[in-house]
Design a protein around this ligand. Structure first.
Ligand code: ADE
Length: 411
């Protein structure tokens, strides 16, 4: 198959499992709420992202798509989107410099009125090197925890110039995408790249946020003995009561077979941990950036590094042990897999589309929002949930008027 045909098939497959986006598409085709807008997107460029980009185009926007990681772009999907008339500035396996180059070109040539970001790289450029373009951006939406952390840091320092919507923080996002999406796709990618059994192994999940919870639960479901490490006492207690072993990473390092970082932090697995690990241990990251595993420290202790399977790099230690790093320490489920399941991204990307529409409608009404981090309005969360339930044929109850009145009373 040529590239574009392969990408188109992937997009159609994903689209067939994204009923909420299909619902929005019908309305967007009729109302064209994004007419006149130029949108810069930086998302993991795989099939579901393609469905979102095409939906925004159907809504009337001029869309330019880039990746949000040097290793997660799927070139066939990128080519299929080009054939469908989108501008795509992304390629798989580029250097960090080239990756950033695409993002800059995206912003410079699009001069966006709206942005859709995953991890905050577009926003960072719009507050640094390309700050002269920030005033033209009416609003944006951020997909992931790491991006939200960066926006909050900008906001705290009083520098945020663009109103951003925290899609990640919507209930329908983190309860499903971060938990079930990451849980399934990370364990799936581990099995795909190693072709090894999970049952009976000790899986150490580093970080017990929503993503960590999902990974821990799915690893347990596959028969692993799961250890959780945390720095937050509340989350640690939660992991304990959820039935996982909780201990410091230095202790877990000696007993783990598979280590999965999901913290969003910096060098959380480092030299003392590598030193304690068993021969043959696996290191994988499921957080946004490739900084959670201290790869320079790992390299320093290695006398040889070799690719033993696609996405599996063996670090031969000077003391004779081998540690295996998966997907170069980049987020495993997207660098070595297809990302979250389509039904899950249906929810997240429905919120993205509605967030973008929200800003576009506000722009049309002439209201200029303050540059702040905004929560996704509850009604959008509820609407998407209702649409999903409807597509699944699941009906739920409604409060009676008396019950509503009861909740409204304080006596
Ligand atoms: N596919 C596209 N974007 C994704 C994301 N942020 N996480 C998982 N899968 C994705």
């Amino acid at each position: 198959m040529d590239l574009a045909t392969s990408g188109e098939k992937k997009i159609l497959w994903a689209k067939g499992h994204m009923p909420v986006l299909a619902h929005i598409e019908k309305r967007f085709a009729k109302d064209r709420p994004l007419e006149g807008h130029r949108i810069s997107m930086a998302l993991h460029l795989e099939a579901k992202t393609g469905v979102l980009a095409l939906l925004l185009q159907t809504g009337g926007a001029e869309v330019t798509v880039s990746g949000s990681n040097p290793l997660s772009t799927q070139d066939d999907v990128a080519e299929a989107l080009r054939q469908r008339g989108l501008r795509v500035l992304a390629k798989r396996g580029v250097s960090v410099e080239e990756y950033r180059g695409w993002l800059k070109e995206n912003l410079r040539t699009t001069r966006p009125t709206l942005i859709v970001d995953d991890g905050g790289d577009l926003l960072e450029l719009l507050h640094g090197e390309l700050a002269h373009l920030a005033d033209g951006v009416f609003g944006g939406a951020e997909e992931t925890t790491t991006g939200i952390t960066r926006i909050k840091a900008l906001e705290r320092q009083g520098h945020l110039r663009i109103p951003m919507m925290a899609v990640n923080d919507a209930r329908l996002k983190h309860l499903f995408d971060n938990r079930y999406g990451t849980g399934q796709s990370v364990m799936e990618a581990f099995m795909r790249v190693t072709n090894l059994i999970v049952a009976g192994k000790v899986v150490v999940v580093v970080g017990y946020g929503w993503c960590g919870k999902g990974v821990a639960e799915r690893a347990r479901g596959l028969g692993a003995r799961v250890v959780v490490t945390e720095v937050d006492p509340v989350k640690a207690l939660e992991a304990h009561m959820d039935g996982f072993s909780v201990m410091p990473l230095e202790e877990a390092a000696a007993i783990g077979d598979i280590f999965i970082t999901v913290t969003g932090g910096w060098h959380v697995i480092s030299h003392p941990h590598f030193k304690a690990m068993k021969d043959g241990a696996f290191l994988a990251n499921a957080g946004h950036f490739d900084v959670e595993i201290d790869i320079p420290a790992l390299e320093k202790e290695s006398e040889a590094v070799e690719e033993v399977r696609p996405h599996v790099r063996a670090y031969r230690q000077k003391d004779g042990r081998t540690l295996y790093l998966l997907a170069e320490g980049r987020l495993l489920n997207l660098a070595a897999g297809d990302g979250h399941p389509a039904e899950i991204m249906d929810l997240s990307f429905a919120l993205q589309a509605l967030a973008v529409e929200h800003w576009a409608r506000m722009a049309a009404s002439g209201k200029k929002p303050e540059p702040r981090l905004y929560p996704v309005p509850d009604e959008l969360d509820y609407w998407v949930a209702r649409m999903k339930l409807e597509s699944l044929g699941i009906a739920i109850d409604r409060l009676t008027d008396e019950q509503e009145a009861y909740f409204a009373r304080w006596r």
